[in-house]
Design a protein around this ligand. Sequence first.
Ligand code: NAD
Length: 290
Amino acid sequence: MLIDGKEISKKILKEISNDLYKISKNLGRPPSLSIILVGNNSASETYVKAKIKACNQIGIKGELIRFDVNVQSKALMDEIDKLNNNSDIDGILLQLPVPKNLNERELIEHINPLKDVDGLTAENIGLLNSGSPRFIPATPYGIMEIFNRIGITLPGKKVVIIGRSNIVGRPLFSLMSGKGENSNSTVTLCHRYTKNLTEFTLQADIIIVAVGSANILDGSMVKEGAIIIDVGINRVEDKSKKSGYRLIGDVDFKTANKKASYITPVPGGVGPMTITMLMKNVCNAASEVK
Ligand code: NAD
C-alpha cells in the first residue's frame, strides 16, 4: 500500500495551525524561522524555497538569509550571533551542505540549541540519544509520525536503516531503538562499508533507505510484506519536464512495491513530512522560554 505523505502532512499542518493561533497570541507575533543559505546549490535552493513557502502558508514568518559561496566563516558566525540574540527569532536553520571550505560542525555548534530547529547541535543530539529529545531532526520526526499515524507498531520489529547521516540515519536509529511508546525495535544501521547489504535487508520487517543513490534497494532485496521508507532524492534527466529532470528515490519502486506491504513514493512520501515536522519544530521553539 502506498503511504501518502502529502495526506498525512495535511492533517498535521491542520493541527499545527490550531497551535499557531495560540502561540502567536501569547507571543504577540507569529513564530519565526530564519534560514541561512550559502551559495546557490540548486537542490538546496529547491528545499529552501519549499520551507519558506510552507512557513508562509501556515502563518510562520519565514526569512531567507543568503550568503555568497565565498563567504568567510566569521561573517556567518556573526549572522548566527545576531539571530541568537534576537528574541523575535525562534528558529535558526543552516541549510546543508555548506561549501567545503567552511567547517559545518563549527557553524552548527554556534546556533543557540534552543533555536536549533534542525536538532543538529551536540546538545540536541545528546538529548535525543539520552531519550529526552528537544528538537527531533525533521526527517526522522516525519518518519516516526508516518508509523504512528498509519498504525505501524515498532516494538520487536527488525529494522534496517541504510545511511548513517546525522540528519537521518543516526537520529532514526536512536528513535526506533529507544524506549519510547512506539519504538523498541531492533535496529541495524548499514552504510557504505556494509558487506552483503542484502543479507541484512532480507531479514528486515522495516527498511529505511537514506543514501542518495538511485535503485540501491530493489525487490530482490526485500522480504515479502516488508515496510519500505524511501528517503532518497535523486535527479534523473527527463526531457519531457520543463526543468529537464525528475526526482526519484533510492528504491527501485516497481520491483520493491511488489513485495512491500507499505511503501513511500518519491516524491510525495517522506519529503512533505520533513517540511511539516520542521514547521512543528519551529512552533515548539516559539513555545520554549528563551
Ligand atoms: P548523506 O548524503 O550524508 O550520506 C549518505 C549515507 O549513505 C552515508 O551514511 C553512507 O555511508 C551511505 N552510503 C553511501 N553509499 C552506500 C552504499 N553503497 N551502501 C550503503 N550505504 C551507502 O545522507 P543524507 O544527508 O541522509 O541524505 C541521503 C539521501 O536522502 C539524499 O538523497 C538526500 O537528498 C535525501 N534526503 C531527503 C530528505 C527528505 O526530506 N526526503 C531529507 C534529508 C535527506
